[in-house]
Design a protein around this ligand. Structure first.
Ligand code: ZN
Ligand code: ZN
Length: 377
């Protein structure tokens, strides 16, 4: 469990076997070992959650190099998840560098995470080790979630669902976007989340809700507005991600039409998700329907992305994606329609890919753009 994590979620995440799964890909990348320097990958491989650490993944062992702040925590965290690794503490950067290099003694080509390794560190490590870019080697395994990971993502979804169920009935009460964001983030914590998964998006009115990633501000939500709320929670390091869209007051005919169309588009996207389908085909299912209905230029972003220890990770459902969906992938389906002057709508669910389709993890109602009425006392 993450230090300070409020929820206890079962089952445990299975760490055993991860190093061997990654080792199984070393040959095809032409390397004998992997220098794991990306902290998300370090965490996935070992359970270590500190802010400084590198792992040498060797043919027969793991070595974690970190600093003195994490001497006890690293030992505790690895023991808690049953990961066996040699932990080496370097009390300054130079010691850590030397220990990391020493761990690879006698190894030839070493895979390195070129996309996240800084150029400076590539140069210092590369002066003593033979580095080969091996991006995606570990991520290829990380993207498929086990039952413990799905349980955490699902718990995070429930925190966001519960918070939205409490806050959505207040949307017509004259709150500002920032008020709504604050309430959602506070209530997610009340329901057990470790915090928000990302900066909660509350976008209202004809301009703000037309921006897919608007920063919530002091605009007051008024009758007639379209409101886009993109809210997710964190549980034990795992993210959730969901968007619901609303109209305040009675929707106009255009608002009703656009919302109904978007819902149809989103359902078509969900229907396209299944193991073996290409990620690109999920995007195409949504995009083609928007285009066929004359709203191609209202469709501003890709249809979805993977979610896990990162809020955006493989696989991405974009028109150029080459990924194929696998059982255990956790992805969003989040088409949106936006136009300055009208506003916008986005409907986003988080799903886990199965053999025959997908299982939806987010549960907030989406049949209508009208927020639920406040409970009567
Ligand atoms: Zn989102
Ligand atoms: Zn998303």
């Amino acid at each position: 469990m993450q230090p300070g994590s409020a929820l206890v979620v079962e089952p445990s995440i299975r760490y055993a076997g991860r190093p061997d799964r990654v080792r199984g890909h070393l040959d095809s990348h032409g390397v004998e070992a992997l220098a794991v320097t990306d902290l998300t990958n370090v965490r996935w491989l070992t359970g270590f959650t500190g802010s400084n650490g590198s792992v040498a993944l060797l043919p027969d062992r793991l070595v974690l190099v970190t600093d003195g702040r994490y001497r006890d925590r690293a030992a505790d965290e690895l023991a808690a998840v049953g990961v066996e690794a040699e932990i080496v503490i370097g009390f300054n950067q130079s010691d850590q560098h030397d220990a990391f290099v020493a761990a690879f003694a006698g190894v030839g080509k070493i895979g390195a995470e070129a996309r996240s390794l800084t150029y400076a560190r590539w140069c210092t490590l590369g002066a003593e080790l033979t580095l080969v870019a091996a991006d995606g080697l570990l991520e290829n395994e990380r993207r498929v979630k086990d039952s413990g990971e799905i349980a955490r993502i699902s718990a995070a979804c429930m925190c966001a669902d519960a918070a939205l169920a409490e806050v959505a009935p207040q949307l017509a009460d004259g709150l500002t976007e920032a008020d709504v964001r604050r309430e959602l983030e506070y209530r997610m914590r009340c329901h057990g989340a470790d915090g928000p998964s990302y900066d909660t998006i509350v976008a209202s009115g004809p301009d703000h809700s037309a921006r897919p990633h608007h920063h919530a501000g002091n605009r007051r939500i008024v009758k007639g507005d379209t409101v886009v709320i993109d809210v997710g929670a964190m549980v034990d390091g795992y993210h959730s991600d969901m968007t619901r869209s609303y109209v305040i007051g009675d929707p106009t005919a255009e608002q009703r039409h656009l919302y109904a169309l978007l819902l149809e588009i989103q359902l078509a996207g969900l229907a396209a998700v299944t193991a073996g389908a290409t990620a690109r085909s999920v995007d195409a299912a949504c995009r083609s329907m928007a285009i066929a209905n004359g709203y191609g230029d209202w469709f501003l972003h890709s249809t979805g992305h993977g979610v896990g220890l990162l809020i955006h990770e493989d696989p991405f459902e974009s028109p150029t994606s080459t990924a194929e969906l696998r059982v255990g992938d956790v992805v969003t389906v989040e088409p949106g329609l936006y136009r300055v002057g009208f506003g916008g709508f986005r409907i986003e669910d988080l799903v886990v890919v199965t053999e025959t389709g997908c299982r939806i993890l987010t549960a907030s109602p989406k049949d209508t753009p009208c927020p639920p009425s406040p409970p009567t006392i």
